[in-house]
Each structure stands twice: as structure tokens, then as C-alpha cells.
Ligand binder design. Structure first.
Ligand code: SF4
Ligand code: SF4
Length: 328
């Protein structure tokens, strides 16, 4: 038997990771993005063409209307705003009384044809969760591309001018990702509360920007982060580091417990990371679960156990990590 450098994640579990009631529908509208960040787990870029078709979009609208247990519709990508179905999904979820989240890179507002987005978000009370991996320009531009920091600042100012982070119905959250490691001196994400205070102080003082919450998200060894770790021969050491910081208290709160993640083809996953690593949910009969099958079964409750893999150590290390930040 080949001995791996870290314990299989499954062996860390004392009980199966079961699914709870589904309350979050996270939809990945495709891999097209105006940026191509070096840590992107989706491997998104302007060259990618994969995106949701009108048929899948229609099925998802039906799903949103049919299942009242869905409370949150979380739209991601790529840059989800670039997909033709984006506004249709926002409006369907809005009409249904769901909270709508857009995972926005902020710079998309400066591309041709997308200048109306801030006003559109405000009108539909879309919760904006925006990446800003650091409050320092150099670090952001190194990870995301030259000029991204200044455009992000400009975008945050427009959102503030529309009432974001001031009107209680207009929520603006920021996301912090650590820089990619370049040596075995790994560290966990900093304390979320303290970092949020530092971000707030810096952005207010230097740019007069306000926001609601900061989410710290661990880099999972998936997509471009995985390639980087493999290239620098840090993949196994990084997983060992994450395993050494495994915190069983995070298991109860993992985002995969109460969400369904859908890809642009309508396949169902436990989370966006499983989606990128091509680990779809299987039905009890062993077939890939799809939105069509959920509609046919008239139920979201078709999954017994979450599918896990080595990168799950990223969500369970230290204070834990999810699309909503730290877990405990
Ligand atoms: S991290 Fe976000 S903004 Fe950057 S390439 Fe990926 S999807 Fe686009
Ligand atoms: S990667 Fe994280 S969210 Fe996805 S299945 Fe593993 S623990 Fe759950």
C-alpha cells in the first residue's frame, strides 16, 4: 500500500458527515471571468467559455420557486455577473423572498456593459460579498493583477454611495485570502475579528470606505492553488500542516452540511470545491445527481453523506473556513 504523507480525511471522522436540511443553493454560473487571479480555485479567466445555458437556468428558477426550505441563493463563478442568466436568477430569488448573494470581484463594474451593476444590486438588495485579499495595494495586485486594487476601491466607494454598509438592507462583506505560500512556513488565516477591525480602520482612514463583515477564507489546495503547491513541491507539506491543525469542532458548521452547489451543466455537488475537483454527488442508485433529478424527485433531501477529500482539511483547520468565513 502507498503511504501518503497525511491521513485520509475520512479517517479523521468519528461519524459520517451527514447532510442537514438544505437552506443554501450556491450556483456557479461558469468559469468566465474578467480576471485570472493566481490563487483561483475555479481556474477562471477571460479565455474560459464554459457557462450556464438557458435550459439549466430555467430549471434553477423552478427549483428556487419550488423549495421553500431554500433561504439563500448564492451566485458565484467566474464572474457570475457575466452570465446572461445572472439577473434572471437574482430576480427569481428576490421574488421568492430569498436572500441573494453575489460573489463579486468588484472590477467587473468597469468592463463594457456592466457599469449598471452597483445600482442593480442596490435596487434588488443583493448582498455583495467581494474579494479584497488585502488592504494593501501591492499584495492585491500581485494576486489578482495590476490595477485591481484601485478599481476595487473605486467600486467599494460607489457601493457605499448607494447606501451599502449603511442601509441595513444593503450588506457589503469583504473576503480575505492569504497569499500563496512560497516556503514551508505556513500559517493559518489570522483571527477574523481582529483582521476585520484592522481592515475597517485602514479602509476608513485611507479611503473613507465602510463595509459590514470580513470573511477570512483558507486557501484550499484546489485549482490554481493546487498547481502552485505542486510546482513548488509544497502540496504534501501544506496538507500535513492543515491536518496538524485539524479542529473537529468545525465539522458541525461546515458549509457542505446545508448547501447544494450546482455547476453550469446542472450537476449537483456538496460544495464549490468538490465541484472544481469533479466530485459530484451520487444518488442512492449511484448516478450523478442533477437539477433535473431533484425536480423529478420533488425533493432536495436525496443526499445521505457529504463526499470528502484531502482538501477538506482546509475547511477544518484552526477556526475553520467557509464561503462565510471562519466557522468557530
Ligand atoms: S478568484 Fe474570482 S475574480 Fe479571480 S479569477 Fe477566480 S473567479 Fe475571477
Ligand atoms: S471542501 Fe470543505 S465544504 Fe467541501 S466537502 Fe470538504 S469540508 Fe465540506
Amino acid at each position: 500500500m502507498i503511504k501518503t504523507a497525511f491521513t485520509p480525511f475520512k479517517d479523521k471522522l468519528t461519524a459520517p458527515l451527514t447532510k442537514k436540511q438544505i437552506t443554501v443553493l450556491q450556483i456557479n454560473l461558469g468559469k468566465r471571468c474578467n480576471l485570472s487571479c493566481n490563487h483561483c480555485h475555479v481556474e477562471a479567466s477571460p479565455k474560459r467559455t464554459e457557462e450556464m445555458t438557458p435550459e439549466i437556468c430555467e430549471q434553477l428558477i423552478e427549483l428556487i420557486h419550488r423549495f421553500p426550505e431554500i433561504k439563500i441563493v448564492d451566485l458565484t463563478g467566474g464572474a457570475p455577473e457575466m452570465n446572461y442568466g445572472f439577473k434572471l436568477l437574482v430576480e427569481a430569488a428576490n421574488k421568492n423572498g430569498n436572500q441573494v448573494i453575489v460573489r463579486s470581484n468588484l472590477t467587473i463594474y468597469f468592463e463594457d456593459g456592466f457599469g449598471d451593476l452597483p445600482e442593480y444590486f442596490a435596487k434588488h438588495q443583493v448582498r455583495v460579498v467581494a474579494s479584497l485579499p488585502c488592504y494593501l495595494q501591492d499584495n492585491v495586485d500581485k494576486m489578482r493583477g495590476h490595477g485591481v486594487f484601485q478599481e476595487s476601491i473605486k467600486a467599494l466607494r460607489s457601493l457605499n454611495e448607494l447606501g451599502y454598509a449603511q442601509n441595513p438592507n444593503l450588506i457589503l462583506d469583504l473576503v480575505y485570502n492569504p497569499q500563496l505560500p512560497t516556503s514551508e512556513k505556513f500559517s493559518l488565516t489570522p483571527d477574523q475579528g481582529k483582521l476585520e477591525r484592522d481592515y475597517k480602520m485602514f479602509l476608513q482612514e485611507h479611503f473613507n470606505i465602510v463595509f459590514n463583515n470580513l470573511f477570512t477564507i483558507t486557501n484550499l489546495p484546489v485549482g490554481r492553488t493546487k498547481f502552485h503547491l505542486e510546482r513548488t513541491k509544497l502540496y504534501a507539506p501544506y496538507l500535513q500542516f492543515l491536518e496538524a491543525n485539524f479542529n473537529p469542532n468545525t465539522l458541525e458548521h461546515l458549509m457542505c452540511r446545508d448547501e447544494l452547489s450546482i455547476d453550469y451543466l446542472g450537476n449537483v455537488y456538496d460544495c464549490d470545491f468538490n465541484q472544481m475537483m469533479n466530485l459530484p454527488v451520487k444518488t442512492r442508485e449511484g448516478e450523478i445527481l442533477t437539477v433535473t433529478k431533484l425536480l423529478e424527485a420533488d425533493s432536495l433531501d436525496l443526499i445521505d453523506e457529504v463526499q470528502t477529500a484531502a482538501y477538506c482539511y482546509g475547511c477544518t483547520a484552526g477556526c475553520g473556513s467557509s464561503c462565510g468565513g471562519a466557522l468557530v
